[in-house]
Design a binder for this molecule. Structure first.
Ligand SMILES: Cc1cc2nc3c(=O)[nH]c(=O)nc-3n(C[C@H](O)[C@H](O)[C@H](O)COP(=O)(O)OP(=O)(O)OC[C@H]3O[C@@H](n4cnc5c(N)ncnc54)[C@H](O)[C@@H]3O)c2cc1C
Length: 458
């Protein structure tokens, strides 16, 4: 079998992606007052096309950047531009599991059409919506992870990354993405005119520049902006998606999504709509049979970086997705929650901006530059996400301790099983996290604490 080291995930290698020459379809921009907008809207959006527009620059058009572009475009009086370094967004990795928390965010962020499209690409298993966690050697089901009391349409589902990205792009207005633009520097520029305040200047590799009132760093684990030190965890994740026909001859191939677990190593298999995804180690004989059937395998280095502690800086920059929390890609939260965390970031930022929009804004010479209070919005966003993310980071540490405890049972099978059952837990507080509720809790409090000088404009 040819094992191929995949390039770092932000540089994407496939021909099946969304090409620059094939932009997303035209569609009307949906206003926050639309039926799927979840929180009682305090205003009727009447966008004035040019005056006082909030210029939002999104760096990176991956899952976080695309979901931000689609939802922020629904805010009134904004001009959203995504700067993506690649010439096209193409597939990276094989499978993305969208957790219940991700479904909660997406069901509130996506237009009804896009939500339907999402449902049609998600695979949720034939008999069980969740994941069967199996004994690494025998394949015996040890735990079934299914979110209790969650409707099937909101249960976790799995699809390829490119399918998910296509769904997100359906809500992105034409012309929002600018490809082949690598950001190499972001600087705050103070304007001489007091009303104009400051702006962020983005410098690109091609020596061009653009200015924005708000920069959203969605540029992934190697984010240029925080300059965090990324470290290799010493392990790779093997992932590959093949057509169903490649593996369907294998006897006993489960039609559920299964994860074989052994001392911190995980083998993961899942049918997909139209394919079969595999992540491997060589244990249960079934796993070897699947390995033999695969034409090749892609290996993704698992990397992580230290957590910044804050998701905003300079009152004008917000981090979302892997740029914001470098917990290690496939391992985040103990089981591939990176994209769901990203969607929750985007949703919290959207709500925060929406909350500070002044519908009576009049772009007079004495008025503020835009109808948004960006510093307050970023404050709300940071308060909504940072404690939760800190807790997720701690949980990853606790999970590691539990893994070591189970592994210490060595070859004593009975003791290994006892320890596994004692310690293995499914972190529902991460997987089912409800970002809207948290945001509302924060906002209800912060509006009373935020200094009066800032309150005046909201
Ligand atoms: C093997 C593997 C398996 C995974 N499985 C799962 C899973 O099952 N479920 C799950 O939820 N998550 C999973 N993840 C994690 C998930 O893929 C990430 O959390 C998610 O893709 C993060 O999206 P993002 O948009 O923040 O970053 P990225 O996907 O890294 O996108 C960043 C984008 O920014 C662009 N960019 C970078 N720098 C610049 C620059 N300077 N200028 C302009 N553009 C720039 C890049 O080209 C890229 O398009 C997995 C990850 C890996 C590697």
């Amino acid at each position: 079998m040819a094992h191929r080291e995949a390039a770092a995930s932000r540089n994407i290698n496939s021909t099946s992606g969304l090409q620059k020459s094939n932009p997303v379809s035209s569609k009307p921009i949906l206003h926050p007052t639309s039926a799927f907008y979840p929180i009682n809207s305090a205003y009727e959006a009447t966008p004035s096309p040019h005056h006082g527009r909030l210029r939002i620059a999104i760096i990176g058009g991956g899952l976080a950047g695309a979901s931000a572009a689609g939802s922020f475009a629904r805010l009134p009086n904004v001009q959203v531009t995504v700067y993506e370094q690649s010439d096209a967004i193409r597939e990276v990795g094989a499978l993305i599991g969208v957790m219940v928390s991700g479904m909660k965010s997406l069901s509130r962020m996506l237009s009804p059409d896009s939500l339907d499209a999402l449902q049609s690409v998600l695979y949720r298993g034939e008999n069980v919506d969740g994941i069967n966690h199996r004994h690494w050697r025998t394949g015996e089901i040890l735990t079934t992870a299914i979110s209790p009391h969650t409707h099937r349409q909101m249960q976790e589902g799995r699809c390829t990354r490119v399918e998910l990205h296509r769904v997100l792009m359906k809500d992105v207005p034409d012309g929002t993405f600018v490809y082949g633009k690598k950001v190499v520097q972001v600087e705050k520029v103070n304007k001489s005119n007091e009303r104009e305040g400051s702006e962020m200047k983005l410098h690109f590799l091609d020596n061009s520049t653009e200015c924005a009132d708000l920069v959203i760093a969605a540029d992934g684990l190697y984010s240029y902006v925080p300059n965090a030190k990324v470290r290799y965890l010493g392990r790779v994740s093997y992932r590959h998606v093949v057509p169903w026909e490649t593996v369907q001859h294998i006897k006993g191939l489960p039609t559920d999504t299964s994860s074989w677990r052994r001392n911190g190593e995980v083998a993961f298999m899942s049918p997909l709509v139209g394919g079969y995804s595999f992540t491997c180690m060589d244990w249960d004989p079934l796993i070897n049979k699947v390995l033999e059937a695969l034409p090749n395998m892609e290996a993704y280095p698992l990397e992580a970086a230290s957590w910044l502690g804050n998701l905003v800086y300079d009152d004008m920059v917000a981090f979302v997705g892997d740029a914001a929390h470098h917990f290690g890609k496939a391992t985040a939260g103990g089981g591939g929650v990176g994209s769901s965390l990203a969607f929750a970031d985007v949703r919290a930022l959207y709500l925060s901006l929406w909350r500070t929009y002044d519908p009576r804004y009049n772009p007079s010479p004495t008025a503020s530059k835009t109808p948004y209070n960006v510093p307050y919005a970023l404050h709300l966003y940071n308060e909504t996400r940072r404690y939760f993310l800190k807790r997720v980071e701690r949980q990853i540490g606790y999970d590691r301790l539990d893994t070591m405890y189970i592994a210490a049972a060595g070859d004593d099978e009975v003791e290994w099983m006892r320890r596994y059952r004692e310690r293995f837990t499914i972190n529902w507080f991460i997987l089912e996290d409800e970002v809207d509720a948290k945001w509302q809790e924060v906002e209800a409090e912060e509006r009373h604490h935020w200094p009066k000088k800032f309150k005046a404009s909201i």
